[in-house]
Design a protein. Sequence first.
Length: 319
Amino acid sequence: MSKTLVRQLITLCAVGLAFLLFDLAIYTVFTERCIHRYGEDMQAKSIELDAYLPFAETSLIVKIEGAETLHGDLPVIDGAAALYPVFSATVHALYPASSVVFDGTDFAPESALQYSNTRGAYRGIVDGTVDIAFCVSPSTEQLAYAKEKGVALTFTPIGKEAFVFLVNEDNAVDALTTEQVRGIYSGAYTNWSQVGGENRPIAALQRNAGSGSQSALLNFMGDLPIKRDYATFLGRAIGFSFRFYVEGIVEEGGVKMLALDGVYPDVETIKNGTYPIITELYAVTRDGETNPNVQAVLDWLLSEEGQRMIEETGYVGIS
């Protein structure tokens, strides 16, 4: 082999290695941080559906036995990732076991229990393929889609939850004020040193439009515009989610929830109303629903048994 050919092969290998290292660096400092486990798409991937199946002996859901089983036209149930244990437990309590068809990976089209996350559940309610959606408040786009299709929605509150902000467990910041968080997401604060942390840029992560958590952030920000910052590749990230999803469903180490206005998010501070960002959990239906089983499900969710299921799952009851 000639020296020229050897040099050419070495050069090609070096170029290939350089591209590989470049791609790895981009993934490590940007992609991996922005497409993380608490986004809506990653929620769908990280939830193990079979771990929370109804009628399964080893299921992690709260099992309420003895409720009257529904028959006839069974409402199709869907909802947000964070609420999957709640609506699966609802099906376990009220539906016949034959109504759920799971192929080991996903629910079959004929199954009364479905799982397509917040966006899919809201679209399903409007399109008529879902009868009850377990979600938080809809986005502006989801409400516009319902209006475009001429569908009015009814929101029945069934529980409460805390909307929380997350940082890496190594971050020196343990608490922020709500105004500081708004300042971070509006671009007024761009470095952790401005809010009591180290001298590192802040990377304020967001979710996909239409996800339940992104809608909650928009509600929290109110009229303040949110500044997207794609340039802070090497900054320390802040993200957001719902408390029970972080604590109860995804066993993800390395992150911590922040106290807001001096109050840490837990069941007690949600119950007594001292945590500053509390959102209601809804069973969403179409106005004018005539299927009596839909109302039967709603009545059970608000009953003593239904509220006990919600609280034992890890949320806070509506009352």
